[in-house]
Design a protein around this ligand. Structure first.
Ligand SMILES: CC(C)(COP(=O)(O)OP(=O)(O)OC[C@H]1O[C@@H](n2cnc3c(N)ncnc32)[C@H](O)[C@@H]1OP(=O)(O)O)[C@@H](O)C(=O)NCCC(=O)NCCS
Length: 154
């Protein structure tokens, strides 16, 4: 596995992974209606392309397959998703380690994330602590997530 900077040739694989992971992995914690509000199965590739050109996610790649990605800018993890067929194999850990190493180079002191119910314990296993619980309205559904923070480089 390698971790690479964003390459526009993956502009469709990333939203595909995002949508697939949410529907296959987060379905134990959210209803079908909530999942559809979070990740509409009718993917808007044009708006994703614009978003990715700005956020430039880090990509975990195996044999030219995107197996995970994370958007990390300033001190904030926006997206963090691993392909459902590649979970439990250290991909998430590799991406998180990559981010933590980035904070050293950029002298960032705190990493922030709004974690899903599903991913919360993963982040906590790296030392993230809960700051608050949120109820976020999206497309007429209310979804719970958690603001977590990790102190680094102190
Ligand atoms: C949570 C997620 C990122 C984990 O990725 P992964 O590649 O399966 O994780 P890894 O295999 O690298 O596991 C790393 C460590 O975290 C632990 N871990 C993995 N998933 C976990 C979870 N859901 N809860 C607690 N610990 C978890 C593993 O046991 C492992 O521990 P170890 O190093 O002691 O063996 C992945 O399941 C996922 O994409 N979930 C959906 C993501 C999501 O909801 N994102 C919302 C935005 S934050």
């Amino acid at each position: 596995m390698v971790i690479i900077n964003y390459d526009n040739k993956y502009k469709q694989d990333i939203p595909n992974l995002f949508t697939n992971t949410i529907h296959k992995t987060c379905n134990k914690d959210y209803t079908k209606e909530q999942l559809n509000a979070w990740a509409n199965p009718n993917i808007d590739y044009d708006s994703w392309e614009k978003r990715l050109d700005k956020t430039k996610p880090y990509l975990a790649v195996i044999d030219d397959i995107i197996v995970g990605f994370t958007e990390f800018y300033d001190d904030y993890i926006d997206c963090f998703y691993i392909h459902d067929a590649y979970q439990g194999q250290g991909v998430g850990k590799a991406l998180m380690t990559y981010i933590i190493n980035e904070t050293r180079e950029k002298n960032i002191k705190t990493i922030r994330v709004n974690a899903s119910i599903t991913a919360k314990s993963f982040f906590e296993s790296f030392g993230f602590v809960q700051i608050k619980k949120n109820s976020v309205e999206r497309n007429n559904q209310v979804l719970v997530n958690y603001s977590l923070e990790l102190e680094v480089n102190n």
